[in-house]
Ligand binder design. Sequence first.
Ligand SMILES: C[S@@+](CC[C@H](N)C(=O)[O-])C[C@H]1O[C@@H](n2cnc3c(N)ncnc32)[C@H](O)[C@@H]1O
Length: 204
Amino acid sequence: MDKLTNNYYSHKAKSYCNELKGVPSFFVQHLCLMLKKDCSVFDYGSGCGNDLAYLMNRGFLAYGYEPVPMLAKQSMLMHPELAGRICTSITELPEQAPHKFDAVLCSAVLQHVEEHNLTNCIDTLKGLLHSQGKLCISVPYDTEIINQRDFKNRLFIIREPHTYVQLFAVHGFSLTSQEIYEDTYGRPHRKWMSFIFDCTRTRH
Ligand SMILES: C[S@@+](CC[C@H](N)C(=O)[O-])C[C@H]1O[C@@H](n2cnc3c(N)ncnc32)[C@H](O)[C@@H]1O
């Protein structure tokens, strides 16, 4: 993970989570309506745990990964029901978690992933999915960023939507839906592009 991005989430874990007030994203609210009842979902980069708690409280078998321990800790303070549901190392999933999931959510994470780590990251997402699973991505869209850092010094790479579609196609994913969402927290100048992909073949 990018060091300065890690520093930000680590040092600001409490204020960052307080700012988001436990509210789940518009994207996850939409996903809950379209995913099969009771299916398993993995939240990659679960942050404050708002989406993960929402999924869990709606009856999904939900687990997550959060690489910043302070953020994982803060998310469990805000949502005590997440205890035992979040891992901080992707090679050590929570004890009760399945090894493969019906859906993987990766929301507001990929803008923080460096170019040279993207392939690795997509392989990891794919490795968490059942062969017919759904990959649900959201990334910032239409956001002006200069020199790939935001004012909080987080790595913030804005890629064109077609770049993501092509990138995931190379990894055997086909696009089933693409939508634009307003920012859940009403932050100015921020929109989100969501993609839902079906996993259709193994990577060559
Ligand atoms: C903007 S927050 C989004 C959190 C949550 N998914 C949500 O939608 O509220 C970005 C998250 O990405 C995580 N992250 C950043 N770089 C990452 C990486 N290389 N791999 C996995 N997670 C990463 C951060 O720790 C943080 O939890």
